[in-house]
Design a protein around this ligand. Structure first.
Ligand code: S3P
Length: 168
C-alpha cells in the first residue's frame, strides 16, 4: 500500500498539532492543520464559527477541507478531534491515532487552550464525548501511539513505523 498523506487523529488537546510539526520536519513533509486552514479561509476562530454558524456548519467546512487537503500528497495533516467522527477521510491516508488518556489531556490543556475549544466548555461533557469517540479513533487508525508521555518520548515510535511504509 502506498499512502498519499499521514493524517493525525485524536481527541482535542492530545497533541496532534505539536506532533505533526515535529513529524513533518523529521520526514521532510509539509505540515497542515485542518483547524488552521479553516480559520484562515473563514477569517475567524473556530470558537467564532461555532458561535456564529453552529457546529453542523463547522462540520461541513471540515469535510470540505479534509477532501481538499487529501487530494494532494506528501503532507502531515493534523485534524480536529471531530474529523474522524463527522467526516470521511481518504482511504489513501496513513492514519495515526495520538492516544492520550482523558485525564492526561485535562492536565495538559491550559485555560487559554480550553477556551479555544467550544466542546471543552464543560469537562464532564467533554469526558462523555471522549468515551463515545475512542472506539472510532482506534478502528480508523492504521497505527496508534501511546501519547501519555511528552512528545520526545514517543515521536520516534511514529517515525520508525512510518519509515517502514511508503508515503508519497
Ligand atoms: C473539535 C476539536 C477541535 C476543533 C473544534 C471541534 C472536536 O480541534 O476542531 O473545536 O469536535 O473534537 P482540536 O482537536 O485540535 O482541539
Amino acid at each position: 500500500m502506498v499512502y498519499d498523506n499521514i493524517v493525525l487523529i485524536g481527541f482535542m488537546g492530545s497533541g496532534k498539532t505539536a506532533v505533526g510539526i515535529t513529524l513533518s520536519k523529521k520526514l521532510f513533509k509539509d505540515f497542515v492543520d485542518v483547524d488552521a486552514v479553516i480559520e484562515a479561509e473563514q477569517g475567524c476562530s473556530i470558537a467564532e464559527i461555532f458561535e456564529r454558524d453552529g457546529e453542523a456548519y463547522f462540520r461541513t467546512l471540515e469535510q470540505k477541507c479534509i477532501n481538499e487537503l487529501t487530494s494532494k500528497k506528501g503532507q502531515v495533516i493534523a485534524t480536529g478531534g471531530g474529523v474522524p467522527i463527522h467526516s470521511t477521510i481518504s482511504d489513501k491516508s496513513l492514519i495515526v491515532y495520538i492516544d492520550a488518556d482523558f485525564d492526561v489531556i485535562v492536565d495538559r490543556l491550559s485555560a487559554r487552550e480550553r477556551a479555544k475549544r467550544p466542546l471543552f466548555d464543560d469537562e464532564e461533557r467533554a469526558r462523555a464525548l471522549y468515551d463515545a469517540r475512542i472506539d472510532t479513533y482506534k478502528e480508523l487508525a492504521t497505527f496508534s501511539v501511546d501519547a501519555n508521555q511528552v512528545i520526545p518520548t514517543f515521536i520516534h515510535m511514529i517515525v520508525d513505523y512510518i519509515l517502514d511504509k511508503r508515503v508519497l
